[in-house]
Design a protein around this ligand. Structure first.
Ligand SMILES: Cc1cc2nc3c(=O)[nH]c(=O)nc-3n(C[C@H](O)[C@H](O)[C@H](O)COP(=O)(O)O)c2cc1C
Length: 378
């Protein structure tokens, strides 16, 4: 039976979902509308417009939103069972949730919704407990597979090569991706979306170099000044000092790599992958492991392998077909999945080196959730 749900409960569901589900570059690209019966979720920000025209990342993200709503509504203070219907065309990405009152057992991942986090630092451990790996496998939806590998070297190199070639060098890709970087705390607090540069655990000097590189004319001006060479040398020395004090060049590991694959790359499969991923992510956090998505390779694979068939104008041409094939083979060898599977999510995980030191901001619920007029508290 359809439940009468109070606006306050919907507000709580949306707030926890925004916090728990995460989004690419923390864009929080969704709007929520409650009409008293349905909670409608719509994509209002297109995300990476140039590098992700088919909404690969936001379709995965929609799955993480659905699963987080599912987890949150299992809390005793909410106690609802959602049912979802999706709209998955790139022109109209979103979903609707209706709720029935149903006694259901608490999903244990509800404990970590507010604590789920990204850790982009080096990690302490190089392995994940077998029992945790098994629990992660139980979290997967049908048709979604998960692989772990501690052999990270080759994949790391390919990831770095593609990142450098496509995203760091191409001006348009860079603009597309760095739009979401916030250079000061004030900027971050003003918009409450995007990512404050400190979340990358980078040094201040590095962050300014990246910022400088965003503006070619300033960069050219800087590079042609007579003081450039000594200044760069001084910056290099300072940077090492900063990095050392941040623990960035102290020892640590990449951790273990994980890869989620699907058998067919339909949008429905991506939603199921997204649902599985957020469970695995929360599961690892629940057991004390840190987690960092590394989505450059899956994004590039999703557009550039001939099988994908819908190459992105911007990314195409930057990396050769040979390099993509090589990268794909490295990925398959690292994780050992079969030829008919496509990797849609790569991450690293491991025990953290220290406590979490920041919280990524979220937009105010009042800004993203609207309620139909006349829907008063029931
Ligand atoms: C679809 C998707 C792709 C992401 N890709 C990356 C990535 O490539 N690298 C990374 O460090 N974080 C990535 N993230 C993590 C988000 O940047 C991060 O979750 C977001 O900024 C919110 O921060 P929080 O996780 O601390 O709440 C991704 C998240 C999602 C949902």
């Amino acid at each position: 039976m359809r439940a009468n749900v109070k606006n306050d409960i919907i507000r709580k569901i949306v707030e926890l979902t925004l916090r728990g589900a995460s989004s690419a570059d923390n864009q929080q690209p969704w709007s929520f509308h409650w009409d008293g019966v349905k909670l409608t979720v719509r994509e209002v920000i297109q995300g990476l417009k140039l590098t992700d025209p088919g909404r690969f990342l936001n379709t995965l993200n929609l799955g993480t939103i659905a699963e987080t709503i599912d987890i949150v509504t299992s809390m005793p203070s909410v106690h609802l069972k959602p049912e979802f219907s999706y709209s998955l065309s790139p022109a109209n990405l979103g979903m609707q949730a209706t709720f029935t009152k149903s006694p259901r057992s608490l999903d244990e991942l509800a404990q970590v919704v507010e604590k789920r986090w990204c850790d982009r630092r080096k990690y302490k451990s190089e392995s994940i407990d077998e029992s945790v790996i098994q629990a992660c496998h139980r979290d997967l939806y049908d048709g979604v597979n998960l692989y772990f590998s501690a052999n990270t070297k080759e994949l790391h190199a390919v990831d770095g090569m593609i990142w450098g070639k496509v995203f760091a060098i191409d001006r348009l890709c860079k603009k597309d991706m760095y739009e979401w970087l916030r250079w000061s705390k004030r900027d971050a607090e003003k918009t409450r979306d995007g990512m404050y540069w400190t979340t990358f655990s980078d040094s201040w000097i590095n962050s300014r170099m990246v910022k400088l590189s965003m503006n070619p004319s300033r960069l050219v001006y800087f590079c042609t000044r007579p003081f450039t060479r000594p200044a760069l040398r001084a910056i290099g020395i300072l940077q090492r000092m900063f990095s050392a004090s941040n623990g960035l060049i102290s020892e640590g590991t990449e951790g273990v790599y994980g890869c989620v694959t699907v058998k067919k790359t339909s949008s429905e499969a991506l939603v199921d992958a997204g649902r599985s991923i957020i469970r695995v992510w929360m599961r690892l956090n629940l057991q004390g492991y840190s987690f960092q998505p590394m989505m450059v390779l899956p994004l590039v694979f999703s557009y550039m392998r001939p099988e994908a068939g819908n190459g992105s104008g911007v990314v195409k041409g930057m990396v050769s077909a040979y390099e993509i094939d090589k990268g794909f083979d490295a990925c398959r060898e690292t994780f050992g999945f079969s030829k008919d599977e496509t990797p849609v999510w790569i991450f690293r995980a491991g025990l953290p080196k220290g406590p979490k030191h920041y919280a990524t901001l979220r937009k105010d619920v009042a800004k993203v959730l609207s309620v139909s007029p006349g829907i008063t508290e029931k």
